[in-house]
Structure formats: structure tokens, C-alpha cells
Design a protein around this ligand. Structure first.
Ligand SMILES: Nc1ncnc2c1ncn2[C@@H]1O[C@H](COP(=O)(O)OP(=O)(O)OP(=O)(O)O)[C@@H](O)[C@H]1O
Ligand SMILES: [Mg+2]
Length: 493
């Protein structure tokens, strides 16, 4: 047998799965695309996480798009963190241009342009269904982590949460917790009240925590905290048997790392908590893609990194896969990197000593191949080409394959504003989360209490208040189940 024939044999046996698969492209050897050597990933292993890496402009985002749209076709919903705002095109059919036709001919794969069902979600001012969570839902541990509090300060936050729980002051948004902290620092009132039951707390520590909350607010987190909180089950939708692709537009958040970290942590914790254990399913329940993932890791605190590592480990059993898309594998902490099953490595550049170290690091993590010198070829991969290694259904890595990737079936360019508006206009999810509920919570209750204490006389003719009085909503039940939630959120500490 010639080398080529042996190679094809190796690929065919290495990439053979019993269950359903997602085709990524075809293997390439000595400059030739071998249309019989199909490179695919077993659907069953998509909860074993993955990495898409490569220098700028090498095709990472398109690989992400291919995975997400193919998952959709298999009925698997996905969630895309769209940091650069270049993923919306997945909603529209691709354009059959010359480059795409040539690519597909080389691959021997038919090209049927199609878009996927898309929902736009938003954490900030971007249009889309609003994502929110209450402070209580975060629980004291996670909330402290966002603020990067030390152990003593975390202890204080736990006491503050307990105090609010005991008093029946719901902590919904940041102004609630701010108001409670202010009240508790007041020498004449809160400080004494707290000291009598829970022990005294240093005013300086409360001041520090308050300042950190203000910083978080300045980063725009005030829009994120509140009600109604987002139900993660809304990420599990299908439409006409296709998985819905939920895109969180984060373009205006790049410079607010702690908001992004906060959000990622809470989302993963919420998913972990809400989804049942799935055992060993034939396909994942949800796959989350984080494009430009270096942003979360670079800016993340040690606590977030630890949390991520633990979450990556645990969330698999809920049928959820996490895919990180970034320039060099070294952007992802080792503890996370070691847990990623699928690797799609686009070209790396070897200009500097640091670059070459990154190349070594990438190559070390691959199965050894005798067909090419991975550390050399990795710098020569063309656009839309990548080294691929996946896990087979037994969890064993598939052979390293120089892969000529297929083209996305959806549009490679972004949607126009009008196209986005049309999708948002039709979305039931946007309607569901568009109304902000500001029910009576700690802020209003404490303000009212202080007023009554200062002025015990009954009903005087009132001046209109600065804040309009909100009607009590049907949600007027105090969330007391924070114990279970915070228990789960302490996992990983
Ligand atoms: N699989 C593919 N099929 C067809 N064209 C592709 C493919 N992958 C990449 N390309 C082409 O290369 C361009 C750049 O790809 P892409 O945007 O995915 O790069 P990237 O690695 O995400 O870059 P950046 O680091 O700037 O985000 C695409 O606009 C497209 O023209
Ligand atoms: Mg990109």
C-alpha cells in the first residue's frame, strides 16, 4: 500500500463512529485534499468540550459557525458568546460564491445554503432578550467572587445575605445591596442592630465592599441585576427540529471584563444547578461557544479561573459542552485546556521565541503522527484549514489530521441592522424578558423603614417621591431558598 492509501485507511478507521457525527471537512496530505478521508466529530462526545485556536484571520470563527450550524441541524441548541459581533450571519443562508463552490468541489461535499433559527440575547444595551439575575440568586459566595472580595469580606457578605433573609428584605438588584450596606454602616441604626444578633462588622470593610459595588455598577452591571431573571431552560429550544442558536451580543462589553466574568460564572452555575444529570446521552443538550475567549481568561481573577476549571469538569455530566475559541492554546489555563476533547487548531505564527513556545505547547498536546511534522506544518496551514483531533466514542483521541474545513452553510458575513431587527421583532423570548420588574425589595423597604422611624407621625400629606411607587407584583414571594443555591455555588472552593 502507498503512504497515501495507508493514511486514508488510518483516517477512516480513526474517525469511524457508531452514532451520529458532524462532518468538519476532509483530510489533506502532501497538498492534496483527499475527499474519501472524512474528518468528523462524534455527536455523543460534544459534551467533552473543545478548543478552536489559531492566529488572526485563519478561520476560527468560521469553524465555530460550522459546528454551531451542524449542531442545530442535529437538533442541538447552542449558545454563542459573540464578542466581536461577527456571528449573526448564522441566521441567513450562505452565498454561493466562487471560493465556496471551489472549496466544496475539492471536498466532494454538496453545498445547500441555509440559515439556522436564531435568538438574540443581550446583557447590556445591545438589542435582544434581556438577560438578568437577582443578587439573591447569585448567593453570597458567587457575589463575593464577582467583587473579588477577600475571605473576611466574603464572610461579611454572607452575614449581610443572612440578615436580609431573616428580615425578609429581597436582594434583587445592586441598589438593594448597596442600600443595605449603607444602612448597616450607620452607627445609630444598622450597625447596632447587626451587632446585637450577628456580631459587629467593621465600617471600613463595609465601605470597601460598597466601593466595589459602585465600580461594578459603573461597568454597567446594574442592567444585569434584577428581575425577571433569565430561565436557562429558554436556551434549550428547537424550531422545526433544528436546535435554536442563541447569540449573546457582547460587542459593547469587551472593555468590561468583570461584567463578562460575572455573567459567565452565574450562567454556568445556573445551568449546573437547573439541568438534571444526563448520564451518557447520545447527543449534548446544549453547547456553549465562547469566541475571543482570551478576553475572559486574561482579565479573570484567580477565583474565576478556579471556578471555570471546576465548572468545565462538572457541567459535562449535565450534557453541556463548552468550546473556547482563541488565538493560542496558551490563552486557556492548563486546568481547562487538559479537559478539552475536540481540538481544531488553525495556523499559528512562529515569529518570536514566545510564538515558538506556543507552537511547542500546542503540538505536545496532540497525538503523534508520522505523516507530517506537526510543529512545522502548523505554521503553514492555509485559511480554513486546521489540525483536528477529536475523541472517539470510547474517549480515545482520534489521529491528528490536517483538515481542509468545509464552508459554513450560513452566511459568512454579518446580518444587516434591519435583518437583526426583523428577528428580534418576531422573538417571543424578547417579549418575555423585555419588561423590567422592580418589585418592592430591600431598597424600598429600608427607605420606607427609615422614613417611618424618622417621622413616626401617621400619614401626613405626602410630596410626590423621586422614585415612582411600583405595584407589588405576583413575584412578591421572598426568595428564601438561597441556601441550596449557595451550597452549589460553593463547589469548587
Ligand atoms: N471554513 C471556511 N470556509 C470558507 N472560507 C473560510 C473558512 N474559514 C475561513 N474562511 C475565510 O477566512 C476569513 C477569516 O475567517 P475567520 O473570520 O473565521 O477568522 P478568525 O480566525 O476568526 O479571525 P479573527 O482572529 O480575526 O477573529 C473568512 O471571512 C472567510 O473568508
Ligand atoms: Mg474570529
Amino acid at each position: 500500500m502507498s503512504i497515501k492509501e495507508t493514511f486514508i485507511q488510518d483516517i477512516l478507521s480513526g474517525y469511524q463512529y457508531k452514532g451520529e457525527k458532524i462532518v468538519l471537512g476532509k483530510a489533506k496530505l502532501d497538498g492534496e485534499v483527499l475527499s474519501e478521508a472524512e474528518i468528523s466529530v462524534a455527536l455523543k462526545t460534544m459534551n467533552r468540550h473543545g478548543l478552536i485556536a489559531g492566529a488572526t484571520g485563519t478561520g476560527k470563527t468560521k469553524s465555530l459557525q460550522i459546528l454551531a450550524e451542524q449542531l442545530s441541524l442535529k437538533g442541538v441548541p447552542t449558545l454563542l458568546m459573540d464578542i466581536k459581533g461577527d456571528l449573526s450571519g448564522i441566521a441567513a443562508p450562505g452565498e454561493e460564491n466562487k471560493a465556496i463552490i471551489e472549496r466544496q468541489q475539492l471536498l466532494g461535499i454538496d453545498y445547500t445554503p441555509m440559515g439556522a433559527p436564531v435568538e438574540f440575547l443581550s446583557l447590556s444595551h445591545e438589542p435582544g432578550a434581556r438577560l438578568r439575575a437577582t443578587v439573591t440568586e447569585f448567593g453570597p459566595i458567587l457575589f463575593s467572587k464577582i467583587l473579588e472580595l477577600n475571605d473576611t469580606q466574603t464572610g461579611i457578605i454572607s452575614i449581610v445575605f443572612k440578615y436580609c433573609d431573616d428580615k425578609g428584605y429581597p436582594l434583587l438588584d445592586l441598589k438593594d445591596i448597596r442600600e443595605v450596606l449603607r444602612y448597616l454602616s450607620d452607627d445609630d441604626r444598622g450597625k447596632q442592630e447587626l451587632a446585637s444578633t450577628y456580631g459587629s462588622i467593621s465600617k471600613a470593610s463595609l465601605g470597601t465592599i460598597l466601593r466595589k459595588i459602585v465600580t461594578l455598577e459603573q461597568q454597567g452591571a446594574d442592567r444585569f441585576f434584577g428581575e425577571p431573571s433569565f430561565d436557562v431552560n429558554d436556551l434549550l429550544k428547537t424550531k422545526d427540529e433544528k436546535g435554536v442558536v442563541s447569540i449573546i451580543r457582547l460587542t459593547d462589553i469587551q472593555n468590561r471584563p468583570s461584567l463578562f466574568s460575572t455573567f459567565m460564572m452565574s450562567l454556568l452555575a445556573e445551568i449546573y444547578e437547573s439541568f438534571p444529570e444526563t448520564g451518557d446521552p447520545d447527543k449534548p443538550k446544549l453547547v456553549i461557544f465562547i469566541d475571543e475567549a482570551h478576553l475572559i481568561f486574561k482579565e479573570a481573577s484567580k477565583t474565576l479561573l478556579d471556578q471555570m476549571e471546576t465548572m468545565v469538569k462538572l457541567i459535562r455530566s449535565k450534557g453541556v459542552g463548552l468550546f473556547f475559541c482563541t488565538q493560542v492554546p496558551g490563552d486557556v489555563p492548563d486546568g481547562v485546556l487538559g479537559q478539552l476533547g475536540l481540538k481544531i487548531q488553525h495556523a499559528l505564527r512562529g515569529f518570536t521565541a514566545k510564538d515558538r513556545k506556543q507552537i511547542q505547547k500546542a503540538v505536545e498536546n496532540y497525538p503523534i503522527t508520522s505523516y507530517f511534522k506537526a510543529d512545522e506544518v502548523i505554521t503553514q496551514l492555509g485559511i480554513g484549514e486546521a489540525f483536528v483531533t477529536a475523541l472517539n466514542e470510547k474517549g480515545i483521541p482520534t489521529p491528528l489530521a490536517y483538515t481542509y474545513m468545509r464552508a459554513p452553510l450560513s452566511r459568512m458575513d454579518v446580518l444587516s441592522e434591519t435583518e437583526i431587527e426583523t428577528i428580534i421583532g418576531k422573538s417571543e423570548l424578547v417579549d418575555k424578558y423585555s419588561q423590567e420588574i422592580d418589585r418592592e425589595s430591600a431598597y424600598e423597604m429600608l427607605t420606607q423603614r427609615l422614613k417611618t422611624e424618622e417621622n413616626p407621625q401617621p400619614a401626613q400629606p405626602k410630596k410626590p417621591e423621586g422614585r415612582p411607587k411600583k405595584e407589588k407584583s405576583v413575584f412578591e414571594t421572598i426568595i428564601t431558598d438561597s441556601t441550596t443555591k449557595s451550597f452549589i455555588r460553593t463547589i469548587g472552593n
